[in-house]
Design a protein around this ligand. Structure first.
Ligand code: SAM
Length: 293
């Protein structure tokens, strides 16, 4: 973006190209986010609110504040402001259909017999994704809560993780759940039927934790499936390539990786991952072909 174009949006706090680059560098180094020059007006409008709420009058002061060790909460406000939490129940339903298929091909039977089954929703936002996974599992394994079956759901944003953990949704949110599943797993939380609570049987399958995907992952895995959808879209290409590799390393042989509709696995991860459907990949088994090829 040239300097005349950078002046085409109105602003009451000066926002220089240097300010933008410093914010973009911080967002890349701490969170893996890639902010193109074209995002400058958006970044300004989202962050101007933060400056006002912190009563800071310039972006250089705001940057100094963000770099203070004790300002972790403000850094998380920054990532909330720069990313979106948009999600919905059974979003990109073909992924849940593929999980159903794999469950019916032996995975459910193995879990019913006491075998280990793990799924990770990485970048789970307000919880609709892991709860959709849980509903899918419970259809195939009704006694899953008493078996060795767990879903790990993580997100960088502590506020969104708290919302997910609470499991309270609007009538509009739950309208995307097929009626039989909605009846089984969502109970009206108020007399007016405006909010719904996730039933305990569903909740008990999911563990929510805060996790920045750029940092170390404090769990061993492996996972039978990983959903990492509409998260890497914000990351720079080399950050994405590293993420795909790290996710692949956490999959069990034959495990599935699901990514967002506008994402593609690229780089060395493709040595172990094979495309098996729309934005779906299968980890190769040693000396064997992926299950879904
Ligand atoms: C658009 S939502 C996607 C939610 C869900 N996976 C889906 O596809 O419906 C993206 C989520 O990624 C999270 N996120 C962004 N950067 C992240 C990072 N570095 N580590 C972990 N989560 C991140 C955001 O907080 C947000 O909740």
């Amino acid at each position: 973006m040239n300097s005349s174009a950078s002046n085409t949006f109105t602003r009451d706090i000066p926002f220089s190209d240097n300010d933008f680059r410093s914010i973009a560098d911080l967002a890349r180094d701490r969170f893996g986010l890639s902010l193109a020059e074209s995002k400058k007006p958006l970044v300004y409008s989202r962050l101007a609110r933060r400056l006002k709420s912190r009563q800071v009058s310039s972006f250089s002061d705001y940057l100094a504040l963000l770099n203070r060790t004790e300002e972790e909460e403000e850094r998380l406000e920054l990532i909330s402001a720069l990313t979106t939490n948009v999600t919905s129940f059974f979003r990109e339903n073909h992924h849940f259909e593929m999980v159903q298929t794999v469950l019916s091909q032996g995975l459910a039977e193995k879990a019913r017999a006491g075998g280990r089954l793990r799924i990770w929703s990485a970048g789970c936002s307000s919880g609709q994704e892991p709860f959709s996974i849980a509903m899918t599992l419970l259809e195939a394994i009704p006694d899953a809560p008493s078996k060795n079956v767990r879903i790990l759901a993580t997100d960088i944003d502590p506020k969104i993780v708290a919302k997910a953990r609470a499991g309270i949704y609007s009538a509009e949110d739950v309208s995307g759940i097929p009626a039989p599943l909605r009846k089984k797993w969502m109970t009206a939380d108020d007399a007016a039927g405006k909010t719904y609570a996730v039933a305990d049987g569903l909740k008990s399958l999911v563990t929510f934790n805060e996790l920045n995907l750029m940092n170390d992952w404090p769990f061993a895995g492996p996972f039978d499936a990983i959903f990492c959808r509409n998260v890497a879209i914000y990351f720079a290409p080399d950050t994405q390539r590293r993420l795909w590799q790290r996710l692949s390393a956490k999959l069990s042989p034959g495990g599935l990786l699901f990514i967002g509709h506008s994402e593609r696995v690229t780089g060395p991860a493709l040595e172990d991952l094979t495309g098996v459907g729309i934005t779906s990949y299968c980890k190769s088994r040693t000396n064997a072909q992926p299950t879904l090829q």
